[in-house]
Design a protein around this ligand. Structure first.
Ligand code: ZN
Length: 163
C-alpha cells in the first residue's frame, strides 16, 4: 500500500510545513502547559482557552519545536479540538491514545491486541487525518513523539477543570 503511505506522509508534511494554530494566548485566562519528550527532544507549549459556561475549548495555540511527527501531531491536535466540547475532546484523547498503544503493541510484535482494539469501539473514524500518524510511526520510540501533544492536552484540560 505505497499509495496510502505516500498520502499519510503528505498529510504529516503538510502539517509540519504549515502548522495550524501556532502562537500564544494571554495567560490568564488561557492555561499554559508545557510538555517535553526527552527521548527525541520534542517540546510543546500549549495554550488552552476553556469556556466554562459552554464547556468547550474556545481557543488553542501551540508553541515549541521538535521532530516532524511531534509537530504534525500537535498541529493536527489543535485543529481537531478547537471549538469542540470538552467531553468530545476527552473522547478524542482516549481514542488517539488507544490507537497509538495498539500500534505500539504491533510494532513490538505482540499479536494480542484484541482487548485494546475493543477499547476503540470503532472510534478511529472520528480521528480523520490523525490516523495518518499511525502510518508514519515505524518505531515504538516514535510513539512518544506522536502522543506528546495529547498528553500535554490532557494535563491542560485537568488544570482548566481544577480552576
Ligand atoms: Zn520526536
Amino acid at each position: 500500500m505505497a499509495g496510502l503511505e505516500d498520502l499519510y506522509r503528505e498529510i504529516i508534511l503538510d502539517h509540519y510545513r504549515a502548522p495550524r494554530n501556532r502562537g500564544e494566548l494571554a495567560v490568564p485566562p488561557a492555561h499554559k502547559v508545557e510538555g517535553f519528550n526527552p527521548l527525541c527532544g520534542d517540546e510543546i507549549v500549549l495554550y488552552l482557552d476553556v469556556d466554562t459556561t459552554t464547556s468547550t475549548v474556545s481557543d488553542v495555540k501551540i508553541g515549541g519545536q521538535g521532530c516532524s511527527i511531534s509537530q504534525a501531531s500537535s498541529s493536527m491536535m489543535s485543529a481537531a479540538i478547537k471549538g469542540k466540547p470538552i467531553d468530545e475532546v476527552r473522547g478524542l484523547i482516549r481514542t488517539f491514545k488507544a490507537l497509538m498503544s495498539i500500534h505500539e503493541s504491533k510494532l513490538e510484535g505482540e499479536s494480542d491486541t484484541e482487548a485494546l482494539e475493543r477499547d476503540l469501539e470503532g472510534g478511529v473514524g472520528d480521528l480523520g487525518d490523525l490516523a495518518a500518524l499511525q502510518g508514519v510511526v515505524k518505531f515504538p520510540v516514535r510513539i512518544k513523539c506522536a502522543t506528546l501533544a495529547w498528553n500535554t492536552l490532557q494535563q491542560g484540560l485537568d488544570e482548566a477543570a481544577a480552576g
